[in-house]
Structure formats: structure tokens, C-alpha cells
Design a binder for this molecule. Structure first.
Ligand code: KIV
Ligand code: NA
Length: 266
């Protein structure tokens, strides 16, 4: 398998080939993603919830992220590795650059993900890109803003909020981001943003019209305790191995079978 690279992700959007992304937190599961031909592995700060048992992603530290990124990187070969900047690592550009240096230099990530599009985030995206650290932006229901949102709520339902997210998407692209995760927004807005930018969009609870999809690994294997989120799907159901579940997810994203309309929001 040819290595997935940042330029090859853009080529996939241009050619209409859907990008398959999954979260991952350790070397053994990384090897499963690699064998299944997953395009991108994301060491998400969702690890605060599914690995550490917290109620939000806010307690995750940069040291936690560097540790998990480094152990995931040992299980990967051709799959591209993205690591999240944790809560408040984006407090200013100096901290962003230090975090980027650790996640890429020590952790082995090829790209870092950063939530939001406020002025200091746009400045941080440009500062990373200028130092040859490619950036994945993340808009919509950005979990690090849970207290601002008053809970994990779908974003961009009102017309003005939707228009603002379209402008934010254009702004992160202009700042230099190479990829854009869209989380927890109406299906129609996911489609509108995907058309408005030339960088690939990766949806999670953002409908079927994004250029790719991502799920939390523990959700799609039905390992996460409690009720599965509406936008996710149990891919292990009816299958006899983790490998088969991950392969089915990849196949369904590439064919357009996942996400189905019922996984989206109005
Ligand atoms: O932390 C995470 O898992 C994420 C994805 C849900 C996009 O940011
Ligand atoms: Na995250």
C-alpha cells in the first residue's frame, strides 16, 4: 500500500475518493487500522473519555497526547497519523508551536488537529504551517468548547450560525489548514461547507456529503459504555472480529453506504 500523505488527501477530494479516518489510542489497534487499509488514524483527545473515563476531553494533557501518539505511531506504516492539540495547548502561538513540536517530533504525527477559528487559532494554524507542520482544522461541535455550548449540542442549526461556520471554514483554509473535521452539524450544512472549501472535509455527525468520515474507534466497536451516539454505528454487530468490523467500516465509507441518512442531523 502506498503511504497516505497530506497532498494525497487533497488528490482524493479532487478525484471524489472518500477518505476513511478512525480514532486510535494504542499500537495494537493501530496495527488493525493499518491492516484494514484505513487512510488516516487520529489520536483524538476523545481518549479522555473512552480511555481515561472522564466526562469530557478537558482533562487531557499534552503529555497524555504525546504518549498515545508515540505508541500509535509504532503500529502504523502507510496510514497517516494525526494528533489532537489538547485543551488549552492553543492558549497562545508559543504553546501551540511547542505542542506541535512534541506531537510531531516525539509523537511521530504527520499533522496536528486544532479546534475552532477564533483569531488566535487562525494565527496558530499559520504559524504551524509556516514551520512545516500541516494542520487539520475542526469546526462545529468542538468538544473542548462544551462549557461554552452548554453541553454536547449540534451546532449551526440557526441561519446566522450556519453562515458563520461557512466563513470559519473559509478562514481556516485561508490560514493554511490542509484538512477540516466537521462535527455535529446539520447534513445540509456539512454539504454546504464541503462545497465552499477546496480542502477535504471529514465528517462525524455531519452527514454523508463530506469528503471523508471519522468515528471514535470504541463507539464503532460498541466498546464505549452507555448509549451509542446517533451518528455512529456498531460495525462489530454480526461480524466475528475487530479486523472485519474495521474493514466493513472502510468499505461502507468508500461506497457511501455509511453514513446513512439516519446517522445525520436536521
Ligand atoms: O477526539 C476525537 O476523537 C476527535 C474526533 C471525534 C474528530 O476529535
Ligand atoms: Na478531539
Amino acid at each position: 500500500r502506498k503511504p497516505v500523505t497530506v497532498p494525497s488527501l487533497r488528490a482524493m477530494k479532487a478525484e471524489g475518493r472518500r477518505i476513511v479516518m478512525l480514532t486510535c489510542y494504542d499500537a495494537s489497534f493501530a496495527a488493525q487500522l493499518e491492516m484494514a487499509g484505513i487512510d488516516v488514524a487520529l489520536v483524538g483527545d476523545s481518549l479522555g473519555m473512552v480511555i481515561q473515563g472522564h466526562k469530557s476531553t478537558l482533562p487531557v494533557t499534552l503529555d497524555h497526547m504525546v504518549y498515545h501518539t508515540s505508541i500509535v505511531s509504532r503500529g502504523l506504516d502507510a496510514t497517516l497519523l494525526i494528533a489532537d492539540l489538547p485543551f488549552m495547548a492553543d492558549r497562545d502561538v508559543a504553546h501551540v508551536l511547542e505542542a506541535g513540536a512534541q506531537l510531531v517530533g516525539e509523537g511521530g504525527a504527520a499533522m496536528v488537529k486544532i479546534e475552532g477559528a477564533s483569531p488566535h487559532i487562525l494565527e496558530a494554524i499559520t504559524a504551524l504551517v509556516e514551520r512545516a507542520i500541516p494542520v487539520c482544522a475542526h469546526l462545529g461541535l468542538t468538544p473542548q468548547s462544551v462549557h461554552k455550548f452548554g453541553g454536547f449540542r449540534i451546532q449551526g442549526r440557526a441561519q446566522d450560525a450556519a453562515d458563520r461556520l461557512v466563513e470559519d471554514a473559509k478562514a481556516v483554509e485561508a490560514a493554511g489548514a490542509d484538512l477540516l473535521v466537521l462535527e455535529g452539524i446539520p447534513t445540509a450544512l456539512g454539504e454546504r461547507i464541503t462545497r465552499a472549501v477546496s480542502i477535504p472535509t471529514i465528517g462525524i455527525g455531519a452527514g454523508p456529503h463530506c469528503d471523508g468520515q471519522v468515528l471514535v474507534l470504541h463507539d464503532m466497536l460498541a466498546v464505549t459504555p452507555g448509549k451509542r451516539p446517533k451518528f455512529s454505528k456498531d460495525f462489530l454487530a454480526g461480524r466475528d472480529s475487530v479486523a472485519a468490523a474495521i474493514a466493513a467500516y472502510a468499505e461502507d465509507v468508500r461506497s457511501g453506504a455509511f453514513p446513512a441518512p439516519e446517522h445525520g442531523f436536521d
